[in-house]
Write a protein that binds this ligand. Structure first.
Ligand code: SAH
Length: 460
């Protein structure tokens, strides 16, 4: 075979027309069939591009000048969009983002699941796709004799200076970070320094319930002691009445993991509360809680629709976290069993069931792939199974256990279309049929795609 050389060389400046886009938002253009990936270029655009990397099967380019501008191009509202890298899609219209996510799901189903021709609905978006995140965790550092906060520059641990807003974070959280930073500076509280592993304040975390407006401030520190703590706490809650809880989390380790083991309440409550639909959640510093509740509500309404419950069903919710989906389904089912690997999450799930006076749920700590076969052996016969696994998807043992349990319907919630497609193939081979898939935009402006699929037993 004749080995074909790439048609471009490093540092070439070329004209490129873009025909496609990756899910990370990179434009794709081809030179004699050889693809070049160029960040911030959009389909339909023509641009001058500098080749910065040449690999055997693809190259990477840098946008120098856009000569024909796409109608979908918009000015990113964030000042540090390119440095930060937390968002990938701010330079395109929201409609294009939604279309892109739908297309990504269609492509993944085909490529990794050989599933084609089923309805993949248009992505459900937000009316206002900005300022939606209810939680921020921001690193702290020392610079020019001052304590500063800001996200890290892409692929680094260097804080972007002068960054005082994040356009996908709730405004109130930005203001709270700013307040803590200002007060900490005045009180001389030392920032943590990663290199020397010295100093006090590592991260500031703020979470605000979107419906209740209750705010929790978490000060993540290397040390047990925070000199100036009493003044800081007093000033914070006296100035900002929406603060209901101020918590310290101690993380003494040399690590990238943000939260440490120990938390103590410095002032106010241990929990703040928020609602998704008509369910109330108690959220502590370490609880997992969805960052975008209005979209979560839309996702779970779909889960309910796809589960198609009449009231007499037994349901399993695998990878249930703090029981969010379980509690939603419990109102329409006879009984819901939840399983989850993190003990604290199960404790929260039980607490939330009680808080909402829901008494037809049972929650278990364990690996779903071990607990499900055990349930099967016990004779548990679910009518519907819901799964919501992490990015790597479901374990094969779990998929096998699901097939063995023979439920009428399976609802699969996924944050990774590739592993979803792989698992749907497995379930299809086991006797199920994928009826429909619905992408939901939980994280506007970013490349993340969430979707929910409905499967039914073929010969039912
Ligand atoms: N359904 C929940 C959370 C889904 S996130 C919600 O909507 O809020 C995925 C969850 O799977 C996480 O809580 C994670 O802790 C859990 N998990 C990961 N591996 C697991 C396993 N092997 N068995 C059970 N749960 C697992």
């Amino acid at each position: 075979m004749v080995k074909q050389e790439p048609p471009v060389e490093k540092n070439d400046v070329i004209e490129l027309t873009f025909e496609d886009i990756t899910h990370d938002g990179d434009g794709v253009g081809k030179v004699n069939g050889y693809p070049l990936f160029v960040p911030y270029a959009l389909p339909g655009e023509k641009a001058k591009v500098k080749v910065i990397k040449v690999k055997k099967n693809f190259g990477i380019g840098k946008l120098i000048e856009v000569e024909e501008v796409s109608q979908e191009r918009v000015e990113p509202p964030c000042d540090v969009y390119v440095q930060c890298g937390g968002c990938q899609l701010q330079h395109m219209s929201y409609q294009l983002q939604l279309d892109l996510k739908q297309k990504q799901v269609v492509n993944a189903l085909k490529k990794f699941g050989h599933i084609e021709g089923i309805p993949v609905h248009p992505t459900i978006g937000m009316d206002d796709p900005w300022r939606y995140r209810n939680k921020v965790q921001i690193p702290v550092a020392y610079r020019h004799g001052e304590l500063i906060t800001g996200f890290y520059r892409k692929r680094s641990h260097e804080i972007i200076e002068g960054m005082d807003r994040c356009v996908i974070t709730a405004e109130i959280n930005d203001r709270m970070v700013e307040a803590v930073r200002r007060m900490a500076n005045r009180l001389g509280i030392r920032a943590y320094d990663e290199r020397s592993h010295r100093g006090v304040l590592r991260h500031i975390m703020v979470r605000t319930g979107q419906e209740t407006g209750e705010t929790m401030i978490v000060l993540i520190t290397r040390t047990e002691e925070i000199p100036g703590k009493d003044e800081l706490v007093k000033e914070l809650h006296e100035t900002y009445p929406q603060i209901k809880s101020i918590v310290q989390n101690v993380n003494k380790e040399k690590t990238n993991v943000i939260l440490g083991k120990k938390t103590k309440v410095l002032w106010g409550e241990e929990y703040i509360y928020d609602n998704i639909g008509d369910i109330t959640f108690a959220i502590s510093a370490k609880s997992f809680y969805q960052v975008n509740p209005p979209q979560t509500k839309k996702l779970y309404d779909k889960a309910l629709e796809y589960a198609n419950l009449a009231g007499g069903e037994t349901v399993i919710d695998a990878y249930c976290g703090i029981g969010t989906i379980s509690l939603f389904l419990a109102k329409k089912a006879k009984k819901v069993y939840g399983v989850e690997i993190v003990p604290e999450a199960i404790a929260d799930a039980k607490k939330n069931a009680e808080l909402n006076k829901i008494d037809n749920t049972e929650f278990f700590v364990g690996e779903a792939e071990k607990v499900m076969p055990w349930w099967t052996a016990q004779g548990l016969k679910p009518d519907v199974i819901v799964v919501d696994p992490p990015r790597k998807g479901c374990d094969e043992t779990l998929l096998e256990a699901m097939i063995k349990m023979n439920p009428k319907r399976i609802v699969y919630v996924s944050c990774n279309p590739s592993t979803l497609a792989r698992d749907l193939r497995f379930l299809e081979d086991g006797g199920y049929e994928t009826k429909q898939v619905q992408p939901v935009d939980m994280f506007p402006q970013t490349g993340h795609v969430e979707c929910i699929s409905q499967l039914v037993l073929k010969n039912d």
